[in-house]
Design a binder for this molecule. Sequence first.
Ligand code: DGY
Length: 418
Amino acid sequence: TTQVQHHAISVLRENDRGSYTVPTKGLYPFQWNWDSCFTAIGQAHYDIDRAWTEMETLFAHQWADGMVPHIIFHVEDDGYFPGADVWRSGKAVPTSGITQPPVAGFALERLLQKSGADEAARSRAEGLIGAIDRWHEWFYACRDPRGEGLVAIIHPWESGRDNSIDWDEAFARVPTEGVAPYTRRDTQHADPAHRPTKEQYDRYLWLVQHFRDLAWDNTKLHDASPFQIVDPGFNAILVRSCDALANVAAQLGHIEIAARNRALAQKGREALERLWSDRHGQYLCLDRTTGQLIDSPSIGGILTVFAGIPRARAAAICATIEKEESKARFIVPSHSVFDSRFDAKRYWRGPVWLVVNYMIASGLEASGQTAMARRIIASSLELIALSGFAEYYDPIDGEALGGKTFTWTAAVVLEFIA
Ligand code: DGY
């Protein structure tokens, strides 16, 4: 192992709490859904048994309806807001009531590959196939009620890209009246100038209260939400995970699950084409409440390559990234540097996130765009060398931003170097 690999493993171990891993201590002291799946992929490089446990712990908290919540509150910790007392999901081990990008199917396939698919690995995989399949079914039943092949997020936190410029217009229509008084904790762990604003937090909380008033009933939440956004990046992750689950299910003889997930992936991939923008050379988000595409060139529409898109689209997206490269020293910024709303240091409004780079590079490689995939990986490793294992980075000067010694950053570095 090189020094960088050694360092990455030490970050993963430092944040390991035994059966789950925290994204970083202080700022995020519980288990987060998609963080955990990337963590498992990283752990598979040095401790495959621990990697399976990470995913099993997450799925032990799957809801009866099939949803896998975005936070599992394994311990009490008042250093985070909003905690279990705000969500009030009524679970034995408290959880949040919304979900996150479904990386699990992809992670499952990666773990099986890394473990050589021996007997032990096959049996651990067996334990997750049905659960991941139920989660995928939940998405299409509850978040695509009209069967369009595209699922919506109903809260910005579900996308993982909490304060993206993509949501600004739709989010302005979310009310703030009646939000109970609260004290933020995130701004005590990270620079407030690098985090979402107070106005955004009020609306995050309004949505949580609104869904809580509906008793977290997922047969109602989608239609009852004033915020319904189809994010191409989120959908691409779901499509890729459906394909990956289909591969694993076929390998282990689950013919029905394989066929269902293959069909879902196919339909989802075709539906993504409705979100393509020639003008921007990338995909865009769709506001389902207005039926309009959102004029906001963000990383969501670039990450779409992860789904396995047509080759001409992947080539166009490469050209778009090249243009960003002419102005940003580090790629890929989470929002176009050419947009006047770009903000180099504020969370998802400009900074580079290595976990997204990982998915983009993987998608580009699968589309034959290996040169750009390599440049993205090289840029990512340059950031590590310059600024360490940060949560996110300024694409102009490379400054480390947000939480430090960050788990998923370390996890994808192990993939980059392997
Ligand atoms: C946070 O608290 O910043 C998280 O992104 C919400 O999941």
